[in-house]
Design a protein around this ligand. Structure first.
Ligand code: ARG
Length: 399
């Protein structure tokens, strides 16, 4: 019986060529797996093309729900933005894809999994390290890391073997997308001085075409998870989809980031992450009301750790589980509603309310209902300022 390899298959040029390359090089049967994480994936097209290209079996799977519940919400609750900017759409998707590759490899008794990543990016690391965590005995093969073909050579390779390709559909950029965001790289974007042309974007309108009138949106959270928009309870998928659409119309969600890859190079990334940006902003402003100062400060440090860990391919580690446990605990009282104004490319939090808010009007107010004990401040400051006075007396005044 021939040995088997399970290949993560997008339906594009690289992974189509990879089907044949793996068959020829390993004399193996190729099982493809195509996963939809809420991007622009046509599962049926991918399935057909995989079989036409020579796969013995083509598995397709919609994992959008798993993606939202198991990856997107934990990252949102953690406040994970890589380098304070990137909401990690691709980085969160890769471990889930790896998990399914491994599952199928075990079911099919394959000796290896394979993916289409090059040797230059973060994605190879995420696939390889995730696979190592879940099934250390499996081999990982990355044809594009080994074959050394240029794009022209790949096309020639495909044509010699009658692999049908849909080259017209290809964007001039290297694009990856799922429900949480879209990224574009390469082409004229590689010059960081070049303003991205409109065609680099697909989720968002330019600000010049955004409506003149602002729109308001209310996002309700329950224990850190968004559950309703404008009072209507929605599934996570529906809520993210609607925010992507609504914010996209108003030109919200574009990011232009010079990013530090794990492999040591800087790259210029154009992202669209409309719902992700809106939800991080709203979630954060609810936390401002519902967490103590110490919780908020500590959580901010943790957010950076969490983002680095996700970006660097360490999802399936005990460290992530431990961070998740802390984050989960912080979200017990993060429930309430945030009101945002979307207008001409910007989103602004304009209101927030929570039954568990630590903001108390009778403590904050300057009007007659004030409950704060002004006299108590005197004693407090006596003690608080004691070391400052002591030092000044003993060592002299500063400045
Ligand atoms: N730079 C982003 C990241 O590392 C996006 C990567 C997109 N991947 C791709 N194969 N186009 O997460």
């Amino acid at each position: 019986m021939a040995q088997k390899i399970v290949l993560a298959y997008s339906g594009g040029l690289d992974t189509s060529v990879a089907i044949r390359w793996l068959m020829e090089k390993y004399d193996a049967e190729i099982i493809t797996m195509t996963i939809d994480l809420g991007g622009n994936t046509s599962l049926e097209d991918a399935r057909k093309r995989a079989i036409e290209t020579g796969a013995v079996k083509a598995i397709v799977h919609d994992a959008t729900q798993e993606f939202v519940d198991g990856f997107v919400w934990p990252a949102l609750k953690a406040g994970a933005l890589y380098e304070g900017v990137y909401p990690l759409a691709t980085a969160l998707g890769r471990p889930l894809i790896a998990q399914h590759l491994v599952r199928i490899a075990l079911e099919e008794d394959a000796f290896a999994i394979a993916h289409g990543c090059t040797g230059k990016g973060n994605d190879q690391v995420r696939f390889d390290v995730s696979t190592g965590a879940l099934a250390p005995h499996l081999r990982v093969i990355a044809p594009a890391r080994e074959w050394g073909m240029s794009r022209e050579q790949e096309i020639a390779y495909a044509q010699e073997r009658n692999i049908t390709l849909d080259l017209n559909k290809r964007s001039p950029y290297s694009v990856d997308e799922n429900l949480w965001g879209r990224s574009a790289e390469a082409g004229d974007l590689e010059d960081p001085w070049n303003e991205p042309p409109e065609e680099a974007y697909s989720w968002t309108q330019p600000v010049s075409k955004a409506p003149n009138d602002a729109v308001y949106v209310e996002v309700e959270f329950r224990q850190g998870i968004p559950v309703a928009l404008n009072g209507e309870e929605l599934s996570g998928i529906e809520l993210i989809t609607r925010l992507n659409e609504l914010g996209g119309v108003h030109g919200i969600g574009r990011l232009d980031h010079i990013e530090n890859r794990l492999v040591g190079i800087k790259s210029r990334e154009i992202y669209e992450a409309t719902a992700a940006i809106l939800l991080h902003q709203a979630h954060r402003s609810l936390e401002d009301m519902c967490l103590s100062k110490e919780q908020a400060r500590f959580k901010e440090r943790l957010a950076q750790e969490y983002a680095d860990l996700v970006y660097n391919g360490l999802w399936f580690t005990p460290h992530r589980q431990d961070l998740d446990a802390y984050v989960e605990s912080t979200q017990r009282h993060v429930s309430g509603t945030v009101r945002m104004r979307l207008h001409k490319g910007t989103s602004t939090v304009v209101g927030r309310q929570s039954k568990e808010s630590l903001y108390q009007h009778e403590l904050a107010t300057y009007d007659a209902s004030d409950q704060f004990d002004h006299h108590a401040s005197e004693g407090f400051i006596q003690i608080y300022g004691l070391p400052v006075r002591t030092q000044s007396q003993v060592q002299g005044r500063e400045g």
